[in-house]
Design a protein around this ligand. Structure first.
Ligand code: SF4
Length: 72
């Protein structure tokens, strides 16, 4: 398994990555969006999985970042 993406990773910070969307108030955040339904997520049904924007790490299925885009 890959290590969890650290919240203080520079790119994670640049993209406002969070491990949970609960209470998230980022202006670009659309309720219901999270890593698990993002086009960059390749983790299937896992709680943590790969994101093509963060190679070498796993992100949280219930997480989010400002690069979120709906899975096609
Ligand atoms: Fe999550 Fe998508 Fe951001 Fe990757 S690009 S961290 S899957 S919201």
């Amino acid at each position: 398994d890959l290590p969890k993406l650290p919240l203080d990773n520079p790119q994670a910070k640049a993209l406002n990555y969070v491990e949970s969307t609960e209470g998230l108030t980022h202006p670009n955040f659309k309720p219901g969006s999270d890593c698990a339904n993002c086009q960059f997520w390749t983790g299937g049904d896992a709680e943590w999985g790969p994101c093509t924007l963060f190679p070498g790490h796993h992100v949280a299925a219930k997480g989010w970042c400002s690069a979120w885009a709906r899975k096609a």
